[in-house]
Design a protein around this ligand. Structure first.
Ligand code: MN
Length: 261
């Protein structure tokens, strides 16, 4: 929803029904919409944008609106200010109220240091949720970012516990699952141990199919795939197999390795 005006809500709704698909809306704020800057102008623009996205989500029947909703999706050259952070908390409190009236959960995506200066770790995400204090605001974790920032991704998932509301599965280079360096056995054990029952979404990028603005912001300079159907089919099988393996290990009480027991 970087460009919310580009979505034809009625047509999208019709297609979702036709193909029996669920939908989640996600976005990161633009520099202009970035109310974490603390300016009144950005608050006006950013709050209106998020409320518009939540309203579009309500029309589509979404259950979750996710992403970098507390700052811009960009590299910052200085830390967030206390006043800016407070403004983000205030705006999100108000956005959560609108979302709650429409049975929508707000997921704050924790991303790496090059994409925000506010929430880089799961623990910071939980802290942000506590500051906002709404019952429908949750932490949204992503293995690609966790691989950069967390000491122990599995432990971070377990410690996030009930605050975990949305989960992105992405490889270390954002290509085919299993072809990078992330230990997905451990990630799925963490999700099982945390009794996580929310959505698990595969995320991968190639400039072949991704919106040019987003592709450039994320630094997709080399494409690891071109066939999106093959990529998705593989990811779904891979994730289902891992969910089943992790559930079996939990059922037989197989201990988690090393740092957690
Ligand atoms: Mn993500």
């Amino acid at each position: 929803m970087l460009d919310a005006d580009a979505m034809d809500v009625a047509m999208t709704k019709k297609l979702l029904e036709e193909y029996d698909l669920g939908v989640t809306l996600s976005l990161g704020l633009s520099a202009e919409e970035d109310f974490s800057s603390g300016t009144p102008e950005s608050r006006e623009i950013g709050e209106a944008k998020l409320k518009k996205v939540v309203s579009m989500g309500a029309e589509l029947g979404v259950t979750h609106v996710c992403g970098i909703l507390y700052s811009a999706l960009q590299k910052y050259n200085e830390p967030a200010s206390a006043a800016g952070l407070q403004q983000s908390v205030d705006v999100l409190g108000s956005v959560c109220e609108l979302a709650k009236a429409n049975d929508i959960m707000i997921g704050l995506e924790v991303v790496n240091r090059y994409e925000t200066n506010i929430a880089n770790t799961a623990a910071q995400g939980v802290e942000l949720c506590k500051m906002i204090g709404a019952s429908n605001v949750k932490v949204h974790l992503d293995t690609y970012h966790m691989n950069i920032e967390e000491d122990d991704a599995k432990l971070a998932i377990i410690e996030t516990g009930d605050y975990l509301g949305y989960f992105h599965i992405g490889e270390s280079h954002r290509g085919y699952l299993g072809s990078g360096s992330i230990d997905f056995d451990s990630i799925f054990r963490g999700l099982a141990k945390a009794n996580y029952t929310g959505p698990i979404t595969f995320e991968s990028f190639s400039s072949e199919v991704v919106n040019e603005q987003l592709s450039n912001t994320l630094g997709i300079w080399r494409n690891l795939w071109t066939d999106s159907s093959d990529l998705c089919e593989h990811a779904l099988q891979y994730m289902r197999a891992h969910v089943r393996s992790a559930a079996a290990l939990e059922a037989f009480n197989v201990p988690l390795s090393d740092s957690f027991s």
